[in-house]
Design a protein around this ligand. Structure first.
Ligand code: GTP
Ligand code: MG
Length: 197
């Protein structure tokens, strides 16, 4: 799939205010700073469609982008950001879980994980949560440019091994780098194949 048009539509913290039409959508979630917003820019070939930052906690709202006028890409805030207060963490959790539990047009979530790190409990717990709520998801390994090919292979194999302790089968997964444009075709191809337009 080629991204011919990509437009920012709306940012908000309430699922009720998300676009009302029933276009299929795909949401990107993961720890703060894992590279969600950068990935969205890479996938759409736009430098600054989604705002990125070296400081975690940049994306604070649910952001809808309309792609090719027929599906939505959704940029979400990161979880696990230590510097937000407990009360805002709670509020955050609520609007994110509301989003996942209420957004019927969500075709798939993508959980992003940094390819350099061992599986983190917070990511595994989030995948568990999606599974319990029957929300389909894929895993996107980010920042692949930071490792050599052999190390990528090793880290992915270790990750898969850990996942198979909890899951009977592996979810679809993708190896990406936003700075080197790796994995764009694979992720867009998956979206095209699952988007019943
Ligand atoms: P929050 O909105 O704060 O949750 O972060 P985010 O997950 O949207 O991350 P963002 O895209 O803002 O990127 C965080 C940092 O990681 C930035 O400094 C990016 O330049 C860097 N980064 C993102 N993707 C890549 C990548 O593929 N390779 C490298 N080397 N750096 C990346
Ligand atoms: Mg972001």
């Amino acid at each position: 799939m080629r991204v011919k048009s990509a437009e920012f539509v709306v940012s908000n913290s309430e699922v009720e205010k998300c676009p009302k039409n029933l276009l299929p959508e795909y949401a990107f979630i993961g720890r703060s700073n894992v590279g969600k917003s950068s990935l969205i820019n890479m996938l759409t070939d736009r430098k600054s469609l989604a705002k990125t930052s070296g400081r975690p906690g940049k994306t604070q709202l649910i952001n809808h982008f309309l792609i090719n006028k027929n599906w939505y890409l959704v940029d979400l805030p990161g979880y696990g950001y230590a510097r937000v207060s407990k009360s805002s963490k709670k509020k955050f959790q609520k609007f994110i879980t509301n989003y996942f539990e209420q957004r019927k047009q969500l075709v798939s979530a993508f959980v992003l994980v940094d390819i350099r790190h061992k599986p983190q409990p917070i990511d595994l717990e989030f995948m568990q949560y999606l599974g319990e709520n029957e929300i389909p998801f894929g895993i996107i390994f980010t920042k692949a440019d930071k490792l050599k090919p052999q190390a990528i292979e090793r880290h992915v194999a270790e990750y898969c091994q850990e996942l198979l302790k909890f899951w009977e089968e592996l979810p679809p997964y993708f190896i990406t780098s936003s700075s080197k444009t790796i994995g764009q075709e694979e992720v867009l191809g998956f979206i095209e194949a699952t988007n019943n337009e």
